[in-house]
Write a protein that binds this ligand. Sequence first.
Ligand code: SAM
Ligand code: SF4
Length: 350
Amino acid sequence: MNKLNNLVDGYGRRLTYLRISVTDRCNLRCVYCMPESGVSIMKHEDIISYEDILRLVRILSRHGLNKVRITGGEPLARKGLIGFVQKLSEIKDISDISMTTNGILFDKYAHGLFDAGLKRINISLDSLNEEKFKRITRTGRLETVLKNIELAKKIGYNPIKINTVLIRGINDDEIIDFVNFARKFELNLRFIEYMPIGGNIADAVSSREIEEKIQLEFDDFKPKKSKIKYNNVSGENVYEKKLSVYDGVSRIFGFDGNDAVIGFISPMSEHFCGGCNRLRLTASGNLRLCLFYDDEYNIKDILKESDDEIVFEKISNIVKLKHFKHNFNEKTEKKGDISWANDFMNSIGG
Ligand code: SAM
Ligand code: SF4
């Protein structure tokens, strides 16, 4: 295996993490992600096949890729996901498989996915209040998601991360409720700053503002510098080696005598681009080098090459074009122009 020939961008950053959007379809219509009427969804035949994704992952895994996240749209809305996860987990050098889901359909697949190799999960949850939950997702029931978080815990998913986006005037009064919820069930809660992608609404609540509110309420709330526990694809409990106050792009905090972790993902107020190790594959089969730039490269066409090394070489040349950092603040500073991304988040996958 040629580990010397790693996938590296033009700034020498190793690209070890691929986020795969397996579908642009979704059973919810979150206000910050999709228009109420939905978006014009792709034809089935335009969505990248599992076979193509698996070949891509196999090839890149020989050149340093070791982590994948399955996302969407709603990944659980795509048929055949359990078989796909099974095959992903058989790829030797992929040591970390995760999925981001809205949790609504999770109970149907929770056991099957776990047995197939998915041992950790991120569930998005933006309100603990039924009426607000409905207002944000425009459909869907809070009770279903809460039950499914419990189910994930019972089955042994670890970590269970809860993704929460706060929208001013809607759910920004729930910060302490969310923290109490995380403490009660000892979950890993991450507040993600709202990003104005796809021409969506509203005013972001900064991580700093949330942090200060929590600090006022909990004296023992402090940056966490510890080894993070997580399950690998075989379900073994392993600990990350390095001590850090960052878990990926999330700045983490904890409490005395409680295993809850509170994380802040701050694309708007902090730059975390320097150590970026990510690539994104859209549901249409395009490689996206950064969430915030619209340049995309057609992977389905590249995969028509039968020689894996030629595929790698072509991708290797593309990733050299990855920008050093996002152009987010610059773009949002343009008054009246927040509608700058071509895609809605559902097709990119977050
Ligand atoms: N449907 C799945 C879900 O909701 O978890 C996976 C796809 S969703 C696009 C992935 C993540 O992106 C979710 O946690 C969602 O909250 C987040 N997200 C979507 N639009 C966003 C936005 N404009 N700003 C910040 N986060 C966003
Ligand atoms: Fe669907 Fe996830 Fe977007 Fe909500 S955030 S509309 S659940 S893709």
